[in-house]
Design a protein around this ligand. Structure first.
Ligand SMILES: [Zn+2]
Ligand SMILES: [Zn+2]
Length: 466
């Protein structure tokens, strides 16, 4: 069983053209229009639409495992070994298939590549080549018809339904020419079935048999049941990680971050981060978050088996986080009532202000006319101080001349605006006159005024004077 690199020359291999090099600019639209999806799955077409091999693997394994466990006593050494072997084969997928081959998040030495390819085969999830091709399409066409495990088709579909059925349509194009050149990937693809049998069932049976005489326990617990756990653990990356948790980096698509998902997927639970920064060797960026796959890759680097670990610039990662935080704040901001803007208020002459103040309590502060009728009796300093300023300019008194009012008082005052005094708006932007709750606001780019806004306000004032 030698690797079959003999007949292909290096030149041939280097000449592999990336499959997506010449796709049309409107590839997604074009493909959805010109290719047909398989008919919707119904009980009437079940025999036509099922993938029988996958159905058999995914149903017979748990049945053998459960029945086997009922009749096979579990020895503690076998139990520990099963957990250990779960992590080995899990890492074959997460550190190998996923972060090394599908995403090129780091470079691995050839011995490490063989180890990961072997353990990955023991997870029985297809060859590196097949798996990575689908996964690259998943990232490129996330949540669309061209995503092979489109999370919009439901939890069960993205978890395993997509494997039980024949593919609804071909996954969107994704280049794997780099993998087609890789001798380890080629070796694994060629000998995949043998490697699957040896690593999935042979090794976990033989080791407990030779070391503590428990072949049957090894087969059932470290082989079959461990395989069920690895399956559903990694399947959770496509289902649970697109369903449970927060979107701290981007909420455009379904991927989410959650500790629980990380716990069941050997650290692949920070999936919102991962979809934003797929070439980063980390999924969790904080030291206390559970990401054993990251720790494994980091350790391999320390031991000299891995290099070029890719890390996305922290500055850009934080921009994503800030964007999402601002979005949240914006929602809070939109849920509050804000004072009327000077543009929305009537402009009142000084004479009219005087006249109107005779029939209702109007006070002028900072160019705005406020109706304080609902507040006179509640004024903490006593109603007399308000009554004294009815029909007058209380700007100086309000801003410290009599009492330097709190931010809350200023915010509340602004809610009582009923008009703007003609010619009464001060020049420029005096921060003191802006209610504190409005000095810093979340604005969409379309709402941001031009950089000349303050000078424009100034020239308006000039205009009024003229
Ligand atoms: Zn995903
Ligand atoms: Zn990925």
């Amino acid at each position: 069983m030698a690797p079959s690199t003999a007949s292909t020359t290096t030149a041939d291999v280097d000449n592999i053209v990336p499959i997506d090099l010449n796709i049309p600019d409107n590839y997604v639209q074009h493909t959805l229009k010109t290719t047909k999806a398989r008919p919707p799955f119904q009980w009437s077409n079940i025999l036509n639409e099922l993938n029988f091999l996958n159905c058999a693997i995914l149903t017979i394994t748990p049945v053998i495992g459960i029945i086997g466990a009922i009749y096979t006593p579990l020895q503690w050494k076998t139990a520990l070994f099963s957990v250990f072997y779960y992590y080995c084969t899990g890492l074959g997928i997460t550190a190998g298939y996923h972060r090394l081959w599908a995403h090129r998040a780091y470079n691995a030495s050839v011995p490490l590549q063989y180890v990961l390819a072997a353990f990955g085969a023991g997870a029985v999830e297809g060859s590196i080549k097949w798996w990575s091709r689908g996964h690259r399409a998943h990232h490129r066409y996330t949540d669309t018809e061209l995503d092979p495990y489109n999370a919009h088709k439901g939890f069960f579909y993205s978890h395993m339904g997509w494997m039980l059925l024949k593919p609804r349509r071909r996954p969107g194009v994704a280049d794997i020419s780099d993998l087609s050149k890789n001798p380890v990937v080629k070796f694994q693809h060629k000998y995949y079935v043998s490697m699957l049998l040896i690593m999935g069932f042979g090794v976990p049976t033989i080791i407990p048999w030779l070391l503590w005489g428990d072949a049957r326990g090894g087969y059932i617990y470290a082989g079959v049941l461990r395989l069920c756990f690895v399956h559903h653990s990694t399947f959770c990356v496509n289902s649970l990680a697109h369903w449970l948790g927060e979107s701290p980096f981007d909420d455009k698509h379904t991927p989410r971050d959650h500790m629980l998902t990380a716990l069941v997927t050997v650290g692949e639970g920070y999936h919102n981060f991962h979809h934003q920064f797929p070439m980063d060797y980390r999924n969790a960026i904080k030291w206390y978050q559970y990401d054993p796959t990251k720790w494994f890759i980091w350790s391999m680097q320390k031991l000299g088996f891995a290099s070029h670990l890719k890390v996305f610039p922290d500055n850009e990662v934080r921009k994503g986080q800030l964007t999402m935080q601002l979005k949240k704040l914006r929602r809070q901001q939109d849920n509050l009532a804000w004072p009327s803007d000077s543009n929305d208020l009537p402009v009142i002459s000084y004479e009219s202000f005087q006249e109107q103040a005779k029939s209702r309590p109007l006070i002028l502060i900072g160019g705005f006319i406020h109706d304080v009728s609902t507040f006179v009796d509640e004024h903490p300093g006593g109603p007399h101080l308000i009554i004294k300023y009815i029909g007058k300019d209380a700007t100086t008194a309000f801003f410290g001349g009599v009492y330097d009012h709190s931010n809350a008082a200023h915010n509340l005052l602004a809610m009582k605006r009923v008009g703007v005094l003609h010619g009464g708006m001060p020049h420029g932007l005096d921060e003191k006159l802006i209610p504190p709750s409005q000095r810093l606001k979340i604005a969409k780019y379309t709402e941001l005024s031009s950089p000349y806004a303050s000078s424009a306000a100034y020239s308006d004032g000039e205009g009024m004077l003229g």
